[in-house]
Design a protein around this ligand. Sequence first.
Ligand code: RP5
Length: 207
Amino acid sequence: MILAIIDNNLLYFSIVVSYTKKPLIGIIMGSSSDSRIMKDAAEILDKFKIKHEDQIVSAHRTPTRLEEYAKHAEKMGFKIIIAGAGGAAHLPGMIASHTIIPVIGVPIMVYNDKQSKKTDNSKFSSFGGLDSLLSISEMPSGSPVVAVGINKAGNAGIYAMKILANEFPELKNKLRQHKSVQHDSVLKESEELKKQGLSKFVKKKFK
Ligand code: RP5
């Protein structure tokens, strides 16, 4: 949509981008093994009809691609990049160093999905994801990346929506609705707990 804005007798034409028309968020992850966690970000964005483009970009295995991706993201006009990585999680920080687009980092606890022998624990994070969290959050002064909790990709999706809501006011109502659904579901569970008593409630809920 093109809007004409009259300000002090000057006529400006402003292009208003709808949040439903083109991808506004780039979701990237260091490996296909991160996809099971990163899908939570995609799911929340899909639920609120926010388009996103998803790719695998590895800071260590595809360093030149990482630089190309930063250019691609700027060209695409992404407003936010959500970047997930495990272990020595350099992807969010390195992407942030190549672009001015805000980056939300998702620290991922490394699993051993790709191991042929599922009993081989060699790829399991010895640090429970803290390695990744610190790699993402401890960026040097002047080069910030925000980090959500370990494996909390869904929160990255919600936070991205909150940033977008500054530009697309329709999203503000959707975020308010989201809060109210959460509120109601806590009340409903509390009522059930009160009615059934703690022991029965736990048995039923976690059987
Ligand atoms: C990181 O190494 C990735 O982000 C992933 O979390 C982890 C393990 O990757 P794979 O060896 O399973 O591909 O760079």
